[in-house]
Design a binder for this molecule. Sequence first.
Ligand code: SF4
Length: 283
Amino acid sequence: MNPSFITDAQNTWCLGCGNFALQHAIKDVIFGLIKDGTPRESIVLVAGIGCHGKIADYLNISTFYSLHGRAIAVATGIKLANPDLTVICSVGDGDTYAEGLAHLIFAAKRNIDITVIVHNNRVYGLTKGQYTPTSPGKYHGKSTPRGISDDPPFNPVEILLCSGCGFIARGYTRRQEELTGLIHDAIVHRGFSVVDTLQICASFLDMTDMYNERVYVPDGHNPEDFAAACMIAREWDYDSDGPIALGTIYRKNIPTYESRFRVPQKSDVEKARSVDKIMRERS
Ligand code: SF4
């Protein structure tokens, strides 16, 4: 709602891009957290590389533009250095499910208390439409003019369940209200949380009709039931015509990594001295 959370930077996302829905959902959640007492300066958003990454320029909060596939590693470092921060990662599917996959799995295994929002448009949009690990098998892109039927997508929800992830949700950029709720629940969850968001890429892979026909919110699903979560995860393998469940798929409270492994914290004076020392050495 609050316009001051959107920067004046010129927005270069294509018209109809799902990144707008994600930007506004994240902004609304952050606005709500701040209203409820979280200091604005204690919220950090780390972005990966891809169309989604421009969110670091477009949101008026503390942001960090990381390297391709490395947003989760950077966010982990930020959280360990200062566990009081609320750390959110905006990442792409080509970014985190390809180059950054090991970081995703190990962050889930460790249960570091950060939130990963995957802008899963299932295509490399910024570089004009190459296929990613979640592109549909029949996708005809610039690098795959005959489709990619020999290399079907993997199912990130199943991977996360197998990796020990304590909070997994699936959102859709054309269901804004639900998406905002899921992002909020993921951020307030204590531990590693992921919102795999089916995002429309209006220019290279517009799956609006397909998603609109198949998405649903399961009635009576208990997200604390691991077996039920596995069943929902397997209903749709990111390639089949199966029903696509939205909402919180799995949730479990597990001790966080930073509660088990704390980096010795420095006082404000010690921190200031360390910064001075680094600045002196570099000048
Ligand atoms: S190429 Fe696709 S993902 Fe990138 S800005 Fe355009 S619509 Fe969005």
